[in-house]
Ligand binder design. Structure first.
Ligand SMILES: [Zn+2]
Length: 451
């Protein structure tokens, strides 16, 4: 299967690009490559052709499950649960304690006494179940396992911390993500020009991994892929000791793997850097989020050689809350980008979907504006250009924030063709500029108005 893309913009020049099987065969001056009779021929019309985007931090199963979830971020609040259609389980997402107050089984029971309900905190770190749901997953008794199952007087409160993998296994089949829902995620990713993803979920069983692998995109699972970073999800209100964290890092080293450490506070970041310094950092080590980076710490990260996977779009969607609620000491150091790069840290933006917006073009725009919904700007000095942020999505799967992949002969035919030249994208990045997406030479999305 060969495809000839005529007259596309690559690295500032108008060229023809021939795809042969899974690879780019060659690039040539316009009209110099002759198609064979069965080749697909597409007129690029001067639109930019670039390597497919890679989202370096998201959660595929949770994205898929969103389509049948009740969003608690709207005006209805918890009443949205009571008003949910259908029968059986209700899955709520986007729970924010600042907006909805403290939540436990009893609060949920008051809204929905007769159907099992599970509600996910907007960070993804906490599930809250009502009593009917606790019964079904076998957590309604007193005593037994504690720690991640919060209890008061032996009685579970319904609040389950970092319980994703265990909950997935305990839930009845009708709660599981379906292959159709995964296919829909694949189509959505392709519509954005995304050809690869790194799933940052800490633990995934074989069934979950097999489901995610059905995506047409190239998939790296922190929870399973050999060589991929091991995800360490620190609890910010209950941080491990330095020794415990060092042990977790050493355990990853024994499996010959780098680590990806979730750090959303200055304390967790400093603890992590101390642990990495003592155990010894290795290539591929990454900090997920780096939501607060105190002055001077970027230089330390650069010396250790750790990378940062940031989520600038949280500044748009949650920035107003941050500006109101975050400790004033930290306010100027939220989700830094330009400053870390200047210090020599490889940085790339990602979605953290579904906890953040999946659309990479929206994320890229936020990296360049750092504007909140209400129109405030969070530390203008940390803005990067659209091109810089786009480069992060073009960086290789094992070197996030490193040099962008390029369109060249012999490279994988993972490509995205846009309707317009790069210069226009850099002014106003938008997902509707995506015209077509190829993965391993196969057209997987777009191509409205194909010639
Ligand atoms: Zn995440």
């Amino acid at each position: 299967m060969r495809t000839l893309i005529r007259d596309a913009e690559v690295a500032g020049r108008r060229v023809d690009v021939l795809l042969d099987g899974e690879r780019i065969a060659t690039l040539g001056e316009p009209s110099t490559i002759r198609p064979a009779a069965r080749d697909e021929v597409i007129d690029g019309a001067g639109g930019v052709l670039m390597p497919g985007l890679h989202d370096h931090h998201l959660h595929v199963l949770a994205i898929a499950a969103r389509s049948r979830s009740v969003d608690l971020g709207g005006d209805k609040g918890l009443a949205a649960l009571r008003d949910a259609d259908g029968t059986g389980w209700i899955r709520g997402t986007g729970y924010d304690e600042d907006a909805l107050g403290s939540l436990d089984r009893y609060v949920l029971d008051a809204w929905v006494p007769d159907r099992p309900v599970r509600v996910q905190h907007r960070s993804g770190a906490l599930w809250v179940l009502n009593s009917a749901a606790l019964r079904i997953v076998g957590l309604d008794g007193t005593g037994g396992e504690s720690g991640d199952v919060e209890r008061v007087g032996g009685e579970p409160t319904g609040r389950l911390w970092r319980y994703d993998a265990r909950l997935r296994q305990a839930l009845p089949d009708d709660n599981r993500v379906t292959p159709e829902e995964i296919a829909a995620v694949g189509r959505r990713l392709a519509s954005y020009g995304i050809t690869g993803v790194t799933d940052a979920t800490p633990e995934l069983d074989a069934a979950a991994a097999a489901l995610i692998d059905r995506l047409p995109q190239r998939v790296t699972l922190m929870g399973r892929t050999p060589g991929a970073p091991v995800k360490l999800h620190l609890r910010d209100h209950d941080l491990p000791s330095l020794d415990d964290l060092k042990q977790l890092i050493s355990a990853a080293r024994e499996r010959d793997r780098p680590v990806a450490v979730h750090c959303v506070t200055a304390e967790s970041l400093l603890l992590t850097l101390n642990a990495l310094q003592e155990v010894g950092a290795r290539p591929g080590d990454r900090i997920e989020h780096a939501s607060v980076v105190p002055p001077g710490v970027g230089e330390w990260m650069a010396r250790l050689g750790v990378r940062v996977i940031t989520q600038p779009d949280f500044l748009r969607t949650r920035g107003d809350g941050y500006l109101r609620n975050v400790d004033p000491v930290d306010r100027g150091h939220l989700y830094p980008y330009a400053g870390l790069q200047a210090a020599g840290v490889p940085v790339c933006a990602s979605s953290d979907a579904p906890y953040g917006e999946l659309d990479p073009w929206r994320v890229i725009k936020s990296a360049s504006t750092r504007e909140t919904i209400e129109g405030d700007v969070v530390t203008a000095a940390e803005r990067v250009t659209v091109g810089r942020a786009l480069d992060g999505y073009l960086s290789p799967v094992d070197r996030p924030g490193g040099a962008a992949r390029t369109v060249r002969g012999g490279a994988p035919a993972d490509l995205v063709l846009l309707h317009v030249p790069l210069a226009e994208v850099l002014v106003d990045p938008r997902c509707d500029l995506v015209r077509a997406t190829w993965i391993e030479g196969r057209l997987v999305g777009g191509m409205a108005g194909r010639s």
